[in-house]
Design a protein around this ligand. Structure first.
Ligand code: PMP
Length: 285
């Protein structure tokens, strides 16, 4: 079991990169996190599509095609030889002058980090996690669009710091209009009177790949699911809440602002979707 880092096609055990890379200086980069299931990257095509879409959104021309990423990932996964891996694919603006102008950067750097995956403890799935509705607002779509997955995560870091101070494991943010958006690294779903509700993309969220799959699974299995706009306070009336993400998968929330959600245990809809999603990623191979 090992960590391997692919830097522009060369594999390393450790990597030092230039402090003049604008990814480091300004968060001027895009990235994806992918997990493996039975050693194969899960939903890789969707992750690569989103990586290229994010790069385009920040006018970053990726010097390699998707096939190159697939090949390099396979080589790096092989070199690491983990049971299951966490994969982080990063494309930075590259090395430039120590000012914000991206046109001074020579060429983007591509970094693929493969390490042994650290799953969330079983207890999170059995009991659920605590979240807090925080005062930090999700970035506005016309400022730093949450649907572009850049290396600039300070908005989310600040939300997480606030949640941690409140004794919660994660934060839920609203946007400037007070509408629910998402968690710091996950999408938000809640259940009210048997209906599954999730903030729509135009609330200013990342279009999560797990979110997309869960919406599809819910529909295929006869759930009523609605994407829309809801005020932050409406979350307090939820019977169930869960978060979705590549590493979290479907993660139940037991407490919101230190108060139990519904029974305070993962509810029936959440449990069903947790099972359906596990089955789906098992089947995808
Ligand atoms: N929202 C944010 C802000 C995230 O960082 C992530 C994790 N990439 C998600 C949602 C979930 O996306 P995905 O299901 O594609 O991992």
């Amino acid at each position: 079991m090992a960590t391997k880092i692919n830097f522009n096609g060369e594999i390393h055990d450790q990597l030092n990169i230039s402090v003049l890379d604008h990814g480091f200086l300004f968060g001027d980069s895009v990235y994806e996190v992918v997990c493996t299931v039975d050693k194969q990257p899960c939903f890789l095509d969707k992750h690569l599509d989103r990586l290229f879409a994010s790069a385009k959104a920040i006018s970053l021309v990726v010097p390699r095609d998707k096939e190159w990423f697939r090949e390099q990932l396979e080589i790096t996964l092989g070199a690491a030889n983990n049971d299951e891996s966490y994969v982080r694919i990063i494309v930075t603006r590259g090395v430039g002058e120590i000012n914000i102008d991206p046109s001074t950067c020579q060429s983007p750097n591509i970094i693929i980090i493969v390490m042994e995956i650290k799953e969330y403890p079983e207890s999170c799935y059995e009991k659920g996690i605590h979240v807090a509705l925080v005062s930090i607002k999700r970035n506005a779509s016309d400022a730093l669009n949450p649907n572009v997955k850049t290396g600039n995560y300070l908005n989310n870091v600040l939300a997480k710091v606030e949640a941690n101070k409140l004794g919660a494991q994660d934060a839920i943010m609203v946007n400037a209009l007070g509408h629910l958006t998402e968690g710091t690294t996950s999408n938000l779903f809640f259940v009210r009177e048997g209906h599954i509700l999730t903030p729509s993309l135009d609330c200013g969220i990342l279009s999560g790949i797990t979110r997309e799959m869960v919406i599809q699974l819910a529909r295929e299995n006869g759930f009523h699911i609605e994407e829309g706009k809801w005020a932050g306070e409406e979350l307090c009336e939820a019977n169930e809440i869960f978060l979705t993400g590549t590493i979290k998968k479907v993660m139940p929330v037991s407490h919101l602002d230190a108060r139990p959600v519904g029974s305070g245990k993962p509810g029936p809809v959440t449990l069903k979707l947790m099972r359906l999603y596990e089955d789906l990623i098992g089947r995808k191979l």
